[in-house]
Ligand binder design. Sequence first.
Ligand code: SF4
Length: 433
Amino acid sequence: MSLPQRTACAEPAPILQRGQHEVFCGLTSIIWLHRKVQDAFFLVVGSRTCAHLLQSAAGVMIFSEPRFATAIMEERDLAGMADMHDELDAVVARLLERRPDIRMLVLVGSCPSEVIKLDLSKAAARLNAAHAPRHRVIAYSGSGIETTFTQGEDNFLAALIADKASSRSSGAAAKLVVLGCLADVVEDQFSRLFAELGLSGVVFLPGRDAINGLTVGPETRFILAQPYLGAAATALEARGARRIDAIFPLGAEGTSAWLRAICTAFGVDMTLFDTVITQPRRRAAEAMAHYRPWLEGRSVFFFPDSQMEPSLARFLSREMGSELVEVGSPYLHREHVAAELALLPAGVTLSEGQDVDQQIDRCRAANPDLIVCGLGLANPFEAEGRVSKWSIEFSFTPIQGFEQAGDLAELFARPLMRNAILSNGTDRRGAVR
Ligand code: SF4
């Protein structure tokens, strides 16, 4: 087994776009974070717009008493007629009385709370003093001014890592921190692989239980499981942990390379590594092969959404044989995605940020077989006879690791399969005017 070859894009020069955006704000990440961290409650301090956003993004989940809510700022708050801090204290006291099971309360800043300069970090410190040790309170920003979609998770993790309560933790120092939200099923699979590889002292951040503190020692190493964690990585480095550089665990190649980087950092015997990953890697290859005929040679255009785009594009191009037209990302963390960019094929257009009208024009001109974009663009593209994939599903679906490689391929293949069924085998692109 060899390391993936680096090819053409070693020094990419992306199109930098500034203009109209079609992206989510960071509040949306609460949808998967609250499912993962089971002792936390996310309280957005925002407007009715923020509450509506969460309700629409969460879908039917809002009927299951989820662990998130919005403290809605009213006119009198915005006009300075009420003391926001007093109001927030009263809301939090009522909430904690009603939901005593909450162990960590997370105050989430929004555009309105930031515009009126409501300092939620100070509020968290004050509430901590009032409610510790029964409840721990932290704060971060998920506003549309500061964050795009997955950056909400980045800010949450940075706040969690910087939290004083967690840095005071006195347990044994973690050997390896896997940084980035992974579905429980993925976390369990990686835990099993780490055990087979003889790796102990592994901490997943976020874990299912946020209240357990993280102890970082001089030997602690961390690896990113998601590409959008610049602030969280910096926070962990500030506590002394050192990053292991790798591509991200998407597809058989990405997962192998990710695990190999960990094993190299910890001096795991490579024969053991090969033995442990042989079967899961074979299963991944078999599952992906099922969808390859749908994706091979198909051209794909990525609109920016989650910062996962370079990794998803690398997977499609190298493992499924797709052709990449444009790979858009809201932000490219040059250091963290350098290895991913180096694996993209020559000639692919990279774009960072967004000017949506210009990007739509480029997409129409290229007339790709598949457009990966947000919900706001998908149906209009479909109405033009184009085939689209909703990008939000890559954030909500377990796609990391060997056992999910087939599901990841299927997410891309499904719209093309559906299109073939609906059009009776004729290519709808022929109908695009
Ligand atoms: S945080 Fe800002 S962008 Fe997000 S829903 Fe609230 S007002 Fe809209």
